[in-house]
Structure formats: C-alpha cells, structure tokens
Design a protein around this ligand. Structure first.
Ligand SMILES: *Cc1c(COP(=O)(O)O)cnc(C)c1O
Length: 378
C-alpha cells in the first residue's frame, strides 16, 4: 500500500470533477453572463425531470432550508422538532427565522430522528418536523409523515445527504411535503456550492422564487430572460440567495454523472459492510445500499479503546477521518434555549468515526482502511 502513502492522505471526502464540468463552466464564461440566468433555468429543468416535481435552486443547502421554513411562515414562538446530531446548518436555518429548534434524540441504528422522542416533545407551538436523512438513510420517514399528518404539522426534510436515495421506487424529493438538498463541494453531486427545494406546494415555491432574489416579486422570470426588474415590488423579507450560472453549469455536468457516482458510492459502502461485518466492536449503520446513495460512511466504535486512539492511528496511516456531528444542543448559541439532556446522542457522539467515502476511492483503498481499523481494534 505504498502507493497510498506516497500519494498523501486518503481524503475523507472530495469533489470529483472532470472535463465535462470544465467545458460547461467555460461555455458560461464565454457568454459573459455569470449571475442567475438561462443556465440556472436549465439546471432547474433537469432537476425537475430527475425528481418528477418542481424545483427551485438557491445558493446553498442552508439557504434552501432557511427559505423553505420562512416560506411556511415560521417565526417567533414557533418550534421545530429536529435531531441534535446534524450539521449546524439545520439549526441555523431554524433560528434564522426566529423559531426555536427543539433538539431530539436519534435512533441508535440509523442516526435519524427518534420519532418517539420527537412525539414527547410535541407542543401546541410545534409547526414543523425536520428529519435529517443522516448518511443518506431515511430512518422511519413513513411514520414521520403519518405523525405529521395526525397532528397537522409540516415536514421539511433536510435531504442534504440523500440526493438520489430511494424510498421504494420513489426518489427522496419525488414524494412528501418539502425536501431540501445541498450541492456543496462534497455532496453526492455538487454545483461548487448550491442547493434546491423540491415540493408540490406551488404557493411555497413561488414565495421562494421571490425570497431568493431579495424578495423582488417575479424577478425570477426577468432573470431567466436575461433582464432585470427595474421597477420592483417587494412585500416581504428576502435574501440574496439565488444560484449563479457558473454553479448551474457545474451542477448540470454532475447530474449527468449521477448514475456513475451513485453506483460507485454504493459499491464502496457495500465493501465496507462486507469487511466490517461480524465485528463486535465496530458497528455500521443499518442501511440498505440498494435504496440509499450513501453520502458518508459512519461507524460506531463500541470497543474498549478510545475513539481518539483509533482515529490517531488511522491518521498516522494516511487515512483522514471525521465526526458527524458535534451535537447542536451543546453549542453555546443553541444551549441557551435547551433544557434537559440527550443521553443517547451524547453517548453516541463519542463513538462516531466517519471513514473516507467518495467516488474516486478504489476497492483496494477501502480494504486498506478497514484493515488498518481492524488491526488497531484487535
Ligand atoms: C451540507 C448540509 C447542509 C447544508 O448545506 P450547505 O450547502 O453546506 O449549506 C444541511 N444539512 C446537512 C445535514 C448537511 O450535511
């Protein structure tokens, strides 16, 4: 495995780009129209086809979550049920609207929201439940939808990890209430940065089309024609959250490669599963890789060794690792409004190790990683 050591670290995650992305970006540069225009419209059209539902593109996954929540009218006094074990973006999108994130536990096997805990934390102020599709898995999403419809709240899926994941025969985003995706550099497909909202709620989509362009009414239509709204009307708070043509160009190329990326991610995850199966002290997540397109590969260290020791040893052998994620309820900004404890989350966080996963890895590299991991644990 000298090749691996000579080549530097095996990266935890990375963008996988080629000639197609370069070509599409150069075409946009040649046109000298870099803002939101025809390319974004084209990317939205391609995504619409992919999901089978209307799509609005924005500048990031965080912006997608923020605008979806704002568009649903979330504000002061409203509560959102969300797992603590997620990227800071999920929590910030909620507080950006003035609403309150209600930190919930996760299921140990999927690291998706623990619905029973969420039900206990439901109050008359609860307006939204935000399931995070951790690593690309959906947990018990069907039951979450049942619960939401019983109590009359909206579902905003943080599907940043789950681009391409299936629920039976349907793609995430192709069903349900509102799904938000991220196209940041390391997600299943990238647009450099970027994100999108997918929903059948046309009223919500129209609101978001305005709020991504500083709240200027119908500016999206002008921009797609290469024009501007010189006499604008603004009726509510908006943000400069639109996607640019340069980003859309990268996204269009990546979308063409999605099948190839998805196949590779699944192949590598299945290899991890095979290599780590039957090991008592390393637990993998309960995910079906014929359905899930995995964004990250996370294991739980339940050996007597500390996580730091294992991680240091992997790092020394040229393998980058990660921890997804530090629980949000322990961060200063969110801690203020949090009371109680999340024992499952706190315990699990100490066990989590994220191993490298991206389409440019080889089976040999996965074997090398698991070999190093198991050698340390023995
Ligand atoms: C990446 C990510 C986001 C936010 O997406 P950005 O495009 O980085 O703003 C939100 N939630 C989760 C779980 C993510 O991994």
């Amino acid at each position: 495995m000298d090749r691996l050591k000579n080549g530097g670290m095996i990266r935890l995650s990375k963008s996988c780009l080629g000639e197609l992305e370069k070509q599409y970006v150069l075409d946009v540069l040649d046109h000298e129209f870099l803002g939101m225009g025809a390319e974004v419209q084209k990317f939205e059209g391609a995504l619409n086809k992919f999901f089978g539902r209307p799509v609005v593109c924005v500048s990031s996954g965080t912006a997608a979550l923020h605008l979806a929540l704002q568009g649903l009218g979330l504000g002061e006094g409203d509560e959102v049920l969300v797992q603590s074990l997620t990227y800071v973006a999920t929590f910030q999108a909620i507080t950006a609207c003035g609403a309150r994130p209600i930190a919930c536990e996760v299921n140990q096997q999927t690291l998706c929201i623990d619905l029973e805990d969420a039900k206990r934390k439901f109050t008359p102020n609860t307006k939204v439940i935000m399931p995070v599709h951790y690593a690309g898995g959906l947990g018990n999403l069907d039951e979450i939808y049942e619960f939401a419809s019983e109590v009359g709240i909206r579902v905003v899926e943080d599907a940043a990890h789950a681009f391409g994941t299936l629920n039976g025969v349907q793609r995430v985003g192709g069903f349900g209430d509102v799904a938000c995706f991220s196209f940041d550099g390391i997600k299943n497909i990238t647009a450099g940065e970027g994100g999108c909202i997918v929903t059948d709620d046309i009223q919500l989509l129209n609101k978001i089309k305005d709020s991504r362009l500083l709240g200027v009414q119908n500016d999206t239509l002008s921009r797609f024609k290469g024009e501007r709204s010189w006499v604008p009307e603004v009726v509510e708070q908006g943000w400069r959250y639109h996607m640019s043509n340069v980003m859309a160009a990268i996204g269009l190329a990546q979308l063409e490669k999605f099948e190839q990326f998805s196949k590779k991610r699944r192949l590598l995850a299945k290899r991890y599963e095979k290599n780590l199966k039957n090991h008592q002290s390393i637990k993998t997540l309960k995910l079906d890789y014929d359905q899930v397109v995995p964004h990250i590969f996370v294991v739980r260290n339940v050996s007597s060794l500390s996580r730091d020791r294992i991680v240091n040893s992997l790092n020394e052998k040229g393998i980058q690792t990660g921890h997804h994620y530090f629980p949000n309820h322990r961060l200063k900004y969110f801690r203020q409004s949090f009371s109680g404890t999340l024992e499952v989350t706190d315990n699990i966080y100490e066990q989590l190790i994220t191993l490298p996963l991206h389409p440019d890895l080889s089976i040999e590299e996965i074997d090398y990683i698991t070999e190093c991991l198991l050698l340390e644990i023995q």
